[in-house]
Design a protein around this ligand. Structure first.
Ligand code: FES
Length: 235
């Protein structure tokens, strides 16, 4: 165990545990999006940035390992400004009409927007123009709503080992798709729906729950155990 300090609060935590988890376990909320407790850290969304004593650069707390004497600030003016900017950039490529999204009210991105208080008014919004895949009975894949957090790719690869969902690039636009852009049903997808369980937005979603039908699924991931704003009202 090692001693660290987060926002002036001293904690004893396991050495090398990621600092975001240490904070969340201690009831200190640090905004996060690409982090999921069942997946390896990616550090892509930049929502969880913190300042570390003695360092001029900010750092993502999900990839920062706890070590003796670590002292971080999670909510300084500088952090709030940079986090706000990072979220605005994410939102510039995300549809603005939340109320028509089937994940409305149960979307981690929406909750983050409310918590951080960001909007993309000063950004030039761009539409990605992806065709929505919904020609199978289980999963809707709408890349227009994706923020490239990579949770679905990691769930598909790390947890299920099937590697169907992968990062792709076309015309300088990164997206999550299948090899050769095959439909899920033609790309060896097992329709385990692990991707829908971890997606924080309305990008990859379960058709059954979207349709409001009774959902029975034995083989799902452990639900997020953290007090994400999507699940609780964080003051
Ligand atoms: Fe740490 Fe996304 S949660 S970078």
């Amino acid at each position: 165990m090692v001693n660290i300090t987060i926002d002036g609060i001293r904690l004893e935590v396991p050495e090398n545990k990621n600092v975001l988890d240490c904070a969340l376990d201690a009831g200190i909320y640090i905004p996060h999006l690409c982090h999921h407790p069942n997946l390896k850290e990616l550090g892509s969304c930049r929502m969880c940035i913190v300042e570390m004593e003695g360092e001029s650069e900010v750092i993502t707390s999900c990839t920062l390992k706890a070590k003796e004497g670590l002292n971080i600030q999670t909510n300084s003016d500088r952090i709030r400004k940079l986090r706000n900017l990072a979220l605005e950039l994410l939102l510039a490529g995300h549809p603005e009409e939340c109320t028509t999204c089937p994940k409305y009210g149960n979307c981690e991105l929406q909750s983050l927007i409310q918590y951080i208080g960001a909007n993309n008014a000063r950004m030039k919004h761009r539409s990605k123009g992806f065709k929505v895949e919904e020609g199978n009975p289980l999963i809707v894949h709408d890349m227009n709503r994706c923020v490239l957090c990579g949770r679905c790719v990691r769930a598909c690869n790390e947890l299920r080992g099937v590697n169907v969902l992968q990062y792709q690039r076309k015309d300088l636009e990164d997206y999550v798709g299948t090899l050769h852009n095959k439909l899920l049903k033609d790309a060896d997808c097992r329709f385990c729906t692990a991707c829908t369980e971890v997606c924080p937005t309305g990008t990859i979603r379960d058709k059954i729950s979207v349709a409001g039908a009774e959902q029975k699924r034995e083989d799902v991931l452990v639900p997020c155990r953290y007090a994400c704003p999507a699940h609780t009202n964080i003051p």
